[in-house]
Structure formats: C-alpha cells, structure tokens
Design a binder for this molecule. Sequence first.
Ligand SMILES: [Zn+2]
Length: 414
Amino acid sequence: MLCIICREDKNNMSDEHVIPDSLGGYYHIFNVCRTCNSRMGEKVDSPLVNHKLTDLYRFAQEVKSKNGGIPNPFSGIFIEEGNPDAKARVNINKEGKLEVLYHPVIKVTEDSGVVQSIEIAVDSKDEGKIDGILRKILKRKGIPESAIIKGERRREIRTGGVGGRWEIDILKFKIGLLKIAYEFAVDSIPDFFSDADAIKISDILKNADYEGAKKYAKIDSDLQPGVFEPFVNYLDLTSRKHYLVLTPAKLGLLCLIKLHDLFSIGIVLSERKFLDFTETIIGVNDIDGRDFRKLRILDLIKECMGPVHTRFCYYFRDEYEKTKGESEVNSPTYRYEGNDKAEISLYKKNGERYPFLAHQLLERSSCQSRKDGNWQIHEFWFDETQEYYVKSVGSGNLHRVIALEMSQEQIRKV
Ligand SMILES: [Zn+2]
C-alpha cells in the first residue's frame, strides 16, 4: 500500500490520527506507514501538541492524554517580583486549581567560620519540613542540636506575584497544522494526492521542514477577509469541537482549521481549486461526542434548517374579488391541491390543468432571496404574461397566484 507521506509502497501501515489524540482527535486514517507515523509524531505533531498554547488549552478544557494526565502549562521555576531569591513552582492541586509553592530558602550566617544563625524559609504547606532541613544543615556543619540557643518561628504573607518566562514557538507548530490539512485533503479529494503542491507538502512533512511549512500556512491576516464567514453561521464555534473545511478560494484549494479555542488557521494546499464552492467538505470532530464525521456544505446547511414553509402571493382583480377571495384563502381550513414540497397543481383560468407543477415553474421564475433574523426567505415571481391558479380543495374555487414564497428557519448549528 502506498504511504501518503513517503509515497513508497509499504506493508506496515499504521493507525494515524489526523488530529492528534491528545487534542481529543477522533479522525483516523490508515494509509501512513509506521515509520512515517512515528517520525511525524516526534517532529511534526510534537511542536503542535507540546505548544505552550496547547498546554494552556488542555489545562483549561481538561483534555486528558492517553495516560489520563493533563499538562501543567506552568511547569518550571517562577521568581517572586522584586525578590529574586524567592523561587516558586506552580502546581496543579487535586481539585485542578493552581497553587504557588515556594522553594525553601536557606540562609546560613557565619562569622570567622562559626555559624551564627540559620534562617529557613519555606512555604506554609511545607512547614513540617523545617525540622528535617535544619537537622540536615546541622549535620553537614557538624553542629550538635544542643548548640542551638534560640529558635524562632515567623509567619509571613507574600502578596507579590510570581513571574516566569515563556518561550512561545511561532514557527514549528505550523507544520502540525499543515499535516492535518494535507491528510484531510488526501482522504477527501482523490485527485489531490498527485498534485504538484501535494507532492511538495508530503516532502515537507517527511523531512520535518519547518521553513517549508511556513509557506503553506497562512494565519487570518494573510487570507482574504471573511473566508470563514460562510461557515460560521452553520458551525457552532462555541461548542467543544474541532472543524476542518476544504473549500476553493482565490488562492486555490484552502483548508481552514479551527482547533476549538486553540488555533484557527488557513492552509493553502494547492494553486488548483479542485472543488466548487457547493462541493466544500466540512469535517466535524466532536471532543465530547468522541467522533469525527465529514459532510458537504449543502448537507451541513440542510441539517441546520427547519422544515420548508410555502406560501403563495395571490392576485385579485378588484375589491369585490379580493374580499371574497381573501376570506377563503385566509381561513384556517383552506387547503390547495398539492403538498409542502411545492408539488402543487396549477390551473388555467378556464379550469384546465397545466402539465407541470408549481416547483417546476420555480426555475423559470425570478427569485429574490433575503434573510430575516433566522429565516431564509426566497420569493419566486412567476412570468407575468401567464395566469396561474391554484384550486381550493374544499370549494374547488380557483385563485390566481403570482408568486411563491418559500421560507426556512435556521434552527441549529452543527
Ligand atoms: Zn511512509
């Protein structure tokens, strides 16, 4: 089987997580060889997975790793402001809260080689450790415990903040996102794999070429504005989900990646577009639902919309007809021949039936679309030179119609 990274025929395929496991990814593919998989884990996934922002995100969202651990984004040594001797660690306690723990500070004052005083400062949580530390110092200095003439304990409240330095990588993590985009595209668009850019990208991933990856990863500002816009109406960006979108753009084939609240990036995968906008593919990775699924944009929109409501616009010749007609069509028991899908029979004035139904007329009508809150409204205006009538089921009366309004309410996001 051909590995999509090294492009060699291999027989040791692996279970490749397109979105890393530790980010709650549930998208698996099986056409990456074991060698490439483990090399990418180390060099391609790792700058993304171990990124400081990823640590913070996983900490805030409590995304556990395979062994159940949540990273401590505050690992390392912190120093108290204005007091460089006071070093501290920031731990995550059992309740998942952060707590600052000071390192013990030991000061031994000597005068001509004779110990005058020993000062031990510990965090209040470590108070029980003082005696042990003192005993060790005495032993090291060869001083018997009986030599201590005066002992004193003091409590001090520290109000100053502690600070540390973070190195934030702004280059390497992009290769991890490029990998996600590339694998999603290869898995979703059959022709993409043999594209010239796709060949270059697999090379970049294989060699962990961080500089090369930079060229393909464009952060918001580099993209045409509003590129995410068509999707935000239908994707629930506040839920605990990751989204991948493959769509054509001015620059070519674009993969938008939104890893929940963590990273949002656009990857230009190829100068070729490969898809029409209506063929846009969306991947939804639900962290809580533990699954990944793909759908086309039209299906996405369909899933978000409620049932279609149809309503005719009637035409009455004069006041007399209007009064009579409206009293019938506005009555709650009024029904015309046909169904909700606009498969409605149309008649001529003389009662003869047209050989087509209302929905077949829509293609030949002029359409006006608008949005009203969550409602998507399409008005189809019929050819004015023709007269179309609908027949009341109850009375058999014909009523002239000049337009059909179809409206749909958006009731959810995916
Ligand atoms: Zn390979």
